[in-house]
Design a protein around this ligand. Structure first.
Ligand SMILES: O=C(O)C1=C[C@@H](OP(=O)(O)O)[C@@H](O)[C@H](O)C1
Ligand SMILES: C=C(OP(=O)(O)O)C(=O)O
Length: 414
């Protein structure tokens, strides 16, 4: 899709459909590193169709072909996981990304990699991509301290390569750990690939070890499912099937099912996936902590705003360093429907007292897929929702607009 904007409308406020979601980009990008490190012993089924996964796959191939420059665009996981992979495999290349990627901090990971023995330089600004990796890795150290409150992706990056280090790795996580379920996902996937670990309090220990033969099946993406929960919550009636999602998921974003119970959406888990239904109109719960599932923040905040529910949110500290400053982006765009999002010492309060639904609203997306997808369900309340730069959704959910059409949304390319 190359259009500059699209106009969404939804003639009926009822949503009945079945949508096959693509695989989790988080699981896929971990699996690709495990596949590369294990030299193919770890196989993958149901890889995500997300651009972030395609770019990860392409980058690993380009690195094997000795490409001097690798550009991962806006993919944070690819930037962080490949940094650890190139560092410890002594791959000679420079890793770069979009202008926004060059503003997303990486110093904590680079310091850790240097302590391990990697030879890596900043190609432009200290603390930020692009990074230049050099040959000649030899492990100097196997005990590393790392801050846990900026991005769990630095920790995952180190854990993914830990077993391939001659002396393994003991990682001491300092301070609070943000996005913890993503670290748990990494460790579970390592176990699937035959790598054992111990996690006691703040210390994760992974001994040096060869990968076993394994076939990793990637579950569909729960972050993508969250937009369907929001659609159900904003519909008058809804029953939406999402095949192959599991109750015992590795993805922390599966907690959207319990969060959305507060917004009147119930989830039935079956062997073949889930079915979500609109069951109530009353909303319960006014404090939501999203530290474990930051990628749900936009979905839940926009949904709560559109329902006129003055909820409070915590755990949003990392949102400012994602694809855009997501707090500022939410404040700007929610303002277009009269809703305010105030920060008070780590508490973010929605004030829906001025909520109104205009005939038409134009939503800017800030090069952030989740801005486009979180605001799209507003078409259930507003006759015309114009989404700028709709192609951004490709980062994690390329078929998002086609799937909305299957659910009865009308889409006009502008
Ligand atoms: O490890 C992962 O796959 C991810 C971790 C999270 O990042 P942070 O750890 O930076 O919060 C999340 O926001 C991102 O979309 C994917
Ligand atoms: C933050 C995200 O991705 P990343 O950090 O991998 O760019 C996201 O998908 O919401």
């Amino acid at each position: 899709m190359t259009n500059r904007s699209l106009t969404l409308s939804k003639p009926s406020a009822e949503s009945f459909c079945s949508i096959e979601l693509t695989g989790s980009k988080s699981e896929s990008n971990r699996a690709l590193i495990l596949n590369a490190l294990s030299k193919g012993k770890v196989g993958i089924r149901n890889l995500s169709s997300a651009d972030d996964t395609a770019v990860m796959q392409e980058s690993l191939k380009n690195a094997a072909d000795h490409a001097p420059l690798i550009n991962i665009g806006p993919a944070g996981t690819a930037m962080r996981f490949l940094s650890a992979y190139f560092a410890v495999t002594g791959t000679e290349t420079t890793l770069t990304g979009t202008e926004r990627m060059k503003q997303r901090p990486i110093g904590i990971l680079v310091n850790a990699l240097r302590e391990l023995g990697a030879i890596v330089d900043y190609a432009e600004e200290e603390g930020f991509p692009p990074l230049a990796f050099h040959k000649g890795f030899s492990q100097k150290n196997n005990k590393i301290n790392i801050r846990g409150n900026v991005s769990s992706q630095y920790i995952t990056a180190l854990l993914l390569v830990a077993a391939a280090l001659p002396e393994g790795l003991e990682l001491n996580i300092e301070g609070e750990l943000t996005s913890r379920p993503y670290v748990e996902m990494t460790l579970s996937m390592l176990s699937e690939a035959g790598i054992s670990y111990q996690w006691k309090e703040n210390v994760i220990l992974i001994p040096s070890r060869d990968f076993g033969d394994a076939l990793i099946t990637v579950e569909p993406d729960w972050s993508a499912a969250s937009y369907w929960y929001s659609i159900a919550a904003l519909s008058d009636a809804a029953a939406i099937k999402l095949p192959w999602l599991k109750k015992s998921s590795l993805q922390g974003d599966s907690r959207i099912s319990s969060i959305m119970e507060h917004f009147g959406v119930s989830t039935e888990f079956t062997d073949g996936g889930i079915e979500i239904s609109k069951v109530a109109t009353g909303i319960k719960g006014d404090l939501f902590d999203l530290k474990d599932c930051p990628d749900l923040a936009q979905t839940v905040i926009v949904c709560s705003a559109a329902l006129g529910h003055n909820a409070t949110f915590t755990g949003l500290e990392t949102l400012k360093i994602k694809e855009t400053d997501r707090i500022a982006a939410l404040q700007n765009e929610l303002g277009k429907i009269g809703v305010k999002l105030h920060e008070d010492n780590g508490f973010y309060h929605l004030d829906c007292s001025g909520l109104h639904f205009p005939e038409i609203v134009r939503i800017d997306t800030y090069e952030d897929h989740r801005m486009a997808m979180a605001f799209a369900p507003l078409a259930l309340k507003i006759p015309k929702v114009i989404i700028e730069d709709p192609a951004v959704v490709g980062k994690s959910y390329p078929s998002f607009w086609n799937d909305l059409e299957k659910a009865g949304f009308f889409i006009i390319d502008n």
